[in-house]
Design a protein around this ligand. Structure first.
Ligand code: ZN
Length: 426
């Protein structure tokens, strides 16, 4: 495939988008980047005026529900949802049924992905067997198949001593730990912020401290063990400040992620018990939103990750207290970040590309994919003037549990390419 993109503006993690230029892609590589390029014979030309060319995104926190939850999502539909949102690499979470806690389950997942997915699918593995916090998972056999991230996501690892031992052991082999932070006794059964809204709705909430305590606990354990700890989906301002404090000390390797929904939504959005705003950690307050956005700009957060969590419409139609936690994110993340922040001048494209494309790849030991001559052409074309309506028809995910269902937002992913192939074109 030979593709000549005319008059695009190139986005990098280093600064504002470039002026208009032509970009020639041949055999999956950026062959030339300059204005007024001559079209080689047979090259397909695409008018890129008004559009942005940027590295494709990478999501380090997705739930593809396979094995065991295929009515919600599977690897095939999940990876197509990723492509639909401009994402060309993902890391699956291991809270499947059975859990991804041995080499044989890892192999099953990776073999399936190799058959059905058009993008690379990575998986994390459990810290503890069955995510039960009692016995260590089969870490060696998972490492042998390339697993780098260990997490009991969905829950915190219950046994502190087990987590410390796992950290001491697995860090020697270059593995790292990702923590879902929640004290179960404090969190209670419902994913709802403890505060005015939970009081008005008459449902017991989960206080911010339930998350903040484990953020601090797990960083302290990593500090003691000399491990790399990654804090998942931070939702509270004080939790973020804890991470900032540890980062400033500089004597433990800590990274952290923030999800688009924790930047955009608050507990009040739940309104009349709308389960499309029910996730764990829960939506907090406007002050948390604002603090998290500032922290993203300041580099306290290394990554943006969606925590793409599909459920069936039937499950989400249940009563607020019974419905499962989580919303989908892969298809809406980039467009919603543009609509809410970039188009309003509250966030630069450079931050989006750094935090949702380059840094998650680096955390996983992969190379970033900048748009530079000689570089790997793994990119998307984005039209900031167009719109996207997140209708059932638009979505490739099996699930539709997103607050953006049937809403129209500013911006559209027009084209996604990887390894010399166009995966999506609108
Ligand atoms: Zn989680």
């Amino acid at each position: 495939m030979s593709l000549l993109l005319r008059k695009v503006r190139v986005v990098s993690e280093e600064g504002p988008p470039s002026g208009e230029t032509d970009v020639l892609v041949e055999e999956g590589v950026y062959r030339a980047i300059a204005p007024g390029l001559e079209a080689p014979q047979g090259a397909r030309e695409i008018d890129g005026r008004g559009r942005l060319l940027m590295p494709a995104m990478f999501d380090a926190h997705v739930h593809f529900r396979e094995p065991g939850g295929e009515a919600k999502e599977d690897i095939a539909s999940g990876s197509e949802a990723a492509i639909n949102g401009g994402v060309t690499g993902v890391v699956m979470m291991p809270n499947t049924t059975p859990s991804i806690d041995t080499g044989s389950v890892v192999k099953m997942v990776l073999d399936k992905a190799a058959q059905v997915s058009r993008i690379p699918v990575h998986t994390s593995g459990c810290v503890s067997k069955g995510r039960e916090g009692r016995e260590m998972a089969a870490i060696d056999s998972m490492r042998a198949l390339g697993v780098r991230m260990l997490t009991d996501d969905g829950d915190s690892t219950g046994d502190t001593s087990l987590l410390l031992r796992a950290m001491q052991y697995a860090s020697e082999f270059g593995m790292f730990f990702a923590s879902h932070c929640e004290v179960p006794e404090l969190a209670g059964p419902r994913a709802l912020n403890e505060g005015q809204v939970s009081y008005e709705l008459g449902i017991k909430g989960s206080p911010a401290c339930a998350e903040e305590i484990i953020i601090d606990r797990d960083i302290r354990l990593a500090h003691a063990a000399g491990a790399h700890i990654h804090i998942q989906h931070v939702s509270t301002a004080l939790g973020m400040e804890t991470i900032r404090w540890w980062k400033e000390r500089g004597d433990v390797r800590v990274t952290a992620e923030v999800s688009p929904h924790h930047l955009m939504f608050i507990d009040e959005d739940i309104g009349d018990y709308d389960t499309h705003y029910k996730m764990n950690p829960p939506l907090r307050t406007r002050a948390d939103n604002e603090a998290l956005l500032e922290a993203l700009k300041a580099g306290v957060f290394d990554l943006i990750a969606t925590d793409h969590a599909p459920h069936t419409p039937f499950e989400k139609a249940q009563d607020f207290t019974v419905a499962p936690n989580g919303i989908t994110g892969l298809e809406t993340a980039l467009v919603s970040l543009h609509d809410r922040f970039v188009s309003r001048g509250e966030l630069g494209w450079d931050v989006v590309v750094k935090r949702y494309s380059a840094e998650p790849r680096r955390m996983m030991g992969l190379e970033a994919v900048p748009v530079v001559e000689g570089g790997t052409a793994e990119f998307l074309l984005f039209d900031p003037a167009a719109e996207t309506t997140f209708s059932r028809d638009f979505m490739q995910s099996k699930a539709e549990n997103t607050p953006f269902l049937d809403k129209t937002l500013k911006g559209r992913v027009d084209l996604v390419a990887l390894a010399g192939e166009v995966l999506l074109e609108r």
